[in-house]
Design a protein. Structure first.
Length: 200
């Protein structure tokens, strides 16, 4: 029996102690995507949102390689770089992307120790813009690092950060266990007391 999407989104909405922005409460990382494509204009809006993330010296050290599912060759190339466990469900995404970061400053070629942080900020900004459009994203660390470097001909100053599956929310019933149950379980986070210290 198909899962009610309104009920699913309510279950996955963050249960917070404090009042935070609805987009942050709404954003989560599904594995079940619908068959609906993401229009190119919508995707470009997400990528532009990423471009406005904060970065050290406004370096913007991020780059994206992507393909729509309708582009079978490009999509399969991206999919083939994922670990098998991620390939199984990510094949249903509307768009696959790989986030790549430049490890040095373009202005002087000196090492940029904040490149990974800045690329992560861009990815998160993209995810929030996606949430505002009822598009969901799942960022993945489970990929073949060396294959990704080879397939996309990355140079010594380019490092793959993560892969991202984008799409509209699908039915968890299309997933196998244990992913199906995880998809329908409420989320939680550590309490503030576990990761914050007030300096007096």
């Amino acid at each position: 029996m198909p899962t009610d999407k309104a009920q699913l989104t309510a279950t996955k909405s963050a249960d917070t102690r404090h009042d935070i922005h609805e987009l942050i409460r709404k954003r989560w990382s599904p594995r079940a995507f619908s068959e609906d494509p993401i229009p190119q204009e919508e995707l470009e809006a997400l990528l532009e949102a990423a471009s406005w993330a904060a970065s050290s010296y406004n370096e913007q050290p991020w780059e994206y390689f992507y393909a729509h599912r309708s582009n079978k060759k490009g999509f399969q190339l991206l999919l083939s770089c994922l670990k098998p466990g991620n390939q199984e469900w990510a094949a249903q995404a509307a768009v696959l992307l790989v986030s790549v970061a430049r490890t040095s400053f373009s202005k002087n070629d000196r090492p940029n120790r904040h490149y990974m942080h800045d690329a992560g900020a861009a990815n998160t900004t993209m995810m929030l813009e996606a949430a505002s459009r009822d598009i969901y994203g799942h960022m993945m660390a489970g990929f073949d690092y060396e294959k990704t470097e080879d397939e996309f001909e990355l140079n010594m100053e380019q490092e793959p950060v993560c892969f991202i599956a984008l799409g509209y929310l699908g039915d968890p019933e299309q997933l196998k266990e244990p992913l199906r149950s995880r998809e329908q379980t409420s989320r939680n986070r550590k309490p503030l007391s576990e990761f914050t210290t007030q300096i007096l």
